[in-house]
Design a protein around this ligand. Structure first.
Ligand code: ADP
Ligand code: MG
Length: 259
């Protein structure tokens, strides 16, 4: 019997509406498409993630590789994580969180391997993202073994450069935000673009399942629509791979913390 040691990821950012749940759905799509299994844990009282998972499974746009639980109670969360580790049945566990901050945020951070924090290139989103990152850096003062803290990976989302290659079409304010984010948050090099495909994913289910269904359509125009979802899935896969790569994101650095 093969026993798996899951990789734990938490989507965090004190800002609501910044794309946490969308990023979780996109990463889940990439994980399932790669044939790996994932347990989702929704800790947001708005239940957006678990509702999506149920919706997707019921409509046939889910997968046996994905399951979802929910809790607002951190003791229950710890029990869920212990059970998942003991069972050794999933490759990934992704925790979705609410905006805001609190003791719960510290508890989650102490459990996971990777914090993934979406950031949008707009003023309040960048400001709140910097505050979230400052919270992460301060965590080191409150835990016994700071070297065990997860790495912190910012991912630019709703990125709308309009060109395939780069930043040339960003408005001037967005370029300034991009500079700030690049300097202070050291985001992943892959971003999630602003894509209707992610909104359709939110409505329907896994990107790979939507694409597969469209490929099976008799109508050639509908079949052509599959590309939109395949591109989004490819993008989500790049983000997932970079997230997992050694050296990506910001790791806790004791020297820097006491400088
Ligand atoms: N990359 C993206 N492209 C298009 N729409 C997006 C993208 N990221 C997020 N959205 C949309 O933005 C809204 C807020 O995103 P959501 O993931 O629910 O944020 P949060 O979980 O942080 O509150 C949703 O309507 C979602 O569909
Ligand atoms: Mg959410």
């Amino acid at each position: 019997m093969s026993t798996k040691t899951p990789i734990l990821i938490a989507a965090m950012n004190r800002k609501g509406g910044i794309g946490k749940t969308t990023l979780v759905r996109a990463l889940t799509s990439a994980i399932v498409h790669a044939g790996k299994s994932v347990l989702l844990i929704d800790t947001d009282p708005n239940r957006a993630l678990i509702s999506w998972q149920l919706r997707a499974q019921e409509a046939g746009f889910g997968s046996p590789l994905m399951s979802c639980k929910e809790t607002l109670d951190m003791d229950v969360l710890n029990t869920m994580l212990d059970e998942a580790f003991d069972a050794g049945a999933v490759d990934f566990i992704i925790i979705d969180t609410q905006g805001g901050g609190g003791v719960w945020a510290d508890t989650i951070a102490a459990q996971v391997h990777i914090i993934v924090a979406p950031v949008i290139l707009a003023r309040t989103d960048v400001e709140d993202s910097l505050k979230s990152f400052a919270w992460y850096q301060r965590l080191a003062d409150r835990v016994d073994q700071p070297e065990l803290l997860p790495k912190y990976c910012s991912v630019i989302t709703k990125f709308d450069s309009k060109t395939r290659s780069g930043e040339s079409k960003l408005r001037q304010t967005e370029q300034q935000h991009l500079l700030t984010v690049a300097q202070k948050l050291k985001p992943l090099s892959y971003a999630l673009r602003l894509r209707p495909a992610y909104q359709d994913m939110d409505e329907t289910g896994l990107l790979g399942e939507i694409a597969r269904r469209m490929r099976e359509e008799a109508n050639v125009l509908k079949r052509g629509q599959a590309v939109r979802f395949e591109e989004a899935l490819q993008e989500a896969t790049y983000v997932l791979n970079e997230l997992l790569a050694e050296g990506s994101g910001v790791s806790f650095d004791p020297e820097a913390a006491h400088a």
